[in-house]
Design a protein around this ligand. Structure first.
Ligand code: HEC
Ligand code: HEC
Ligand code: HEC
Ligand code: HEC
Ligand code: HEC
Ligand code: HEC
Length: 269
């Protein structure tokens, strides 16, 4: 009884601290709707050039590609605006322009072209499909229709992405010829439970196998986790809420930290 009370107290403290961390960071307080979870607005140059900022939806892309393909091979930063994408890069076939070149085909769909020097040629190059912030642009990929049959979860996009992938409902592209480097795949690491530093807390589930499907090894090692030996990196829930360690992904794109039970449960066998 005393033990469970102290765990409860600890949890409340963490929630209060997390609330403070979020308020200080100025992160929006309202929970986003399922289609809006993982939305990133990119605006280093657009407004200055007289265009609407760019809205990038993770769900459209993560249902087709691995995180690794974009965040390692293509080189997008895992932080809004941090890449510094320019129209000229896209036109030269980098960043968004690797796929959005008006020629590349995925799943039988020719992907629409990105930036151009010509303004106003809306017919051939619909700028507003990306430069859409603050505009009433209807997406051609409809979230609810697209995800109708996917297994559901309570938070984030409201989808169990891990299950959708393992059930074969989505097939993730992890390699683009001429962009990705062929490499020997490393041995998949054993799954393990992270022992909580706090005695009364249940262990935290961490599956290397499930994470590797989306992230390969390189998204996490060595930048987010040194990964030489378990226990080398010490991290607390407050740091995670601040967007570090597990919080790099589980705050904005992978299921959110609100879903305590998905990590704090029984250990893996
Ligand atoms: C099609 C490419 C693509 C895929 C696939 C992709 N991302 Fe991203 N991601 C981006 C871009 C582009 C940005 C914004 C970068 C910028 O603004 O400089 C971004 C930003 C992020 C951010 C920062 C978000 C924020 O609000 O600051 C995180 C975290 C992230 N991605 C994680 C992931 C995870 C996890 C996956 C896989 C489940 C994933 N991404 C899949 C392209 C991609
Ligand atoms: C790895 C390939 C790839 C990269 C990189 C990529 N996309 Fe996409 N994107 C796709 C595919 C495939 C689709 C779905 C097919 C379609 O709708 O044409 C898509 C769809 C979209 C849509 C949905 C449009 C709609 O009306 O439904 C937007 C918006 C978009 N991408 C913006 C971006 C932006 C902005 C970037 C760069 C920051 C980017 N994409 C990078 C492959 C990519
Ligand atoms: C596939 C998505 C996509 C489409 C479609 C697209 N853009 Fe962009 N564009 C971007 C991204 C991403 C940026 C970087 C946004 C930022 O940081 O402000 C950008 C930036 C720009 C900039 C900012 C100035 C600079 O030098 O980078 C201009 C101008 C621009 N685009 C023109 C256009 C025009 C004109 C069209 C339509 C013909 C268009 N774009 C269509 C993704 C797109
Ligand atoms: C989502 C992030 C993530 C991905 C992807 C990932 N790892 Fe890890 N890895 C971790 C974490 C977390 C630990 C534990 C580190 C800690 O707590 O200090 C770890 C630990 C390790 C360790 C030390 C294991 C031990 O028992 O001491 C090795 C080796 C390792 N990872 C290799 C890999 C390889 C190889 C891949 C790709 C097949 C991979 N990792 C993919 C997050 C990841
Ligand atoms: C993405 C996985 C994940 C989610 C979701 C998550 N946690 Fe944690 N939590 C961790 C990890 C990893 C640790 C650190 C384990 C260690 O080494 O002690 C941790 C540690 C903790 C601790 C121990 C004290 C501390 O500060 O480290 C508490 C209490 C805690 N979490 C509460 C929560 C609560 C409450 C929620 C939901 C609001 C939550 N966690 C959601 C992964 C998660
Ligand atoms: C590089 C990004 C990234 C990091 C860092 C990361 N995760 Fe994840 N994690 C994902 C993605 C992507 C999924 C797939 C599900 C989703 O997107 O909601 C996932 C799924 C999970 C799942 C669900 C797997 C299942 O069995 O259904 C758990 C639990 C989890 N992560 C815990 C953790 C913990 C604990 C840490 C830190 C030690 C961590 N993750 C770090 C990206 C990440």
């Amino acid at each position: 009884m005393k033990k469970s009370l102290s765990v409860l107290f600890l949890c409340l403290t963490v929630i209060a601290l997390a609330g403070m961390a979020l308020a200080q960071g100025g992160v929006k307080k309202k929970r986003p709707l399922p289609p809006d979870y993982g939305k990133v607005t990119i605006n280093n140059y657009s407004e200055r050039a007289g265009l609407s900022p760019v809205v990038f939806d993770h769900w459209v892309h993560r249902s087709r590609f691995t995180c690794r393909l974009c965040h390692v091979d293509i080189g997008f930063a895992m932080k809004a605006d941090a890449t510094g994408i320019k129209a000229a890069d896209n036109m030269a076939g980098y960043y968004c322009g690797i796929c959005h070149d008006g020629k590349r085909v995925f799943d039988g769909v020719k992907v629409f072209e990105s930036c151009s020097k010509k303004y106003g040629d809306e017919r051939a190059k619909p700028c507003e499909r990306c430069h859409s912030a603050g505009k009433d642009v209807k997406m051609e990929n409809d979230f609810y229709r697209f995800t109708e049959k996917f297994p559901k979860e309570r938070f984030g996009n409201g989808i169990d992405w891990e299950k959708a992938e393992s059930m074969g409902m989505i097939k993730l592209v992890d390699y683009i010829e001429g962009v990705s480097i062929k490499r020997k795949s490393l041995a998949v690491q054993k799954d393990f439970a992270l022992a909580s530093q706090v005695e009364e807390m249940p262990d935290i589930i961490f599956s290397h196998k499930k994470h590797t499907v989306w992230n390969g090894c390189e998204v996490c090692h060595p930048e987010i986790f040194v990964g030489v030996k378990r226990g080398t990196t010490k991290y607390s829930m407050v740091e995670i809420f601040e967007g570090r360690y597990c919080g790099v992904c589980h705050n904005t794109v992978a299921f959110p930290l609100l879903d305590c039970q998905r990590c704090h449960s029984k250990p893996v066998q």
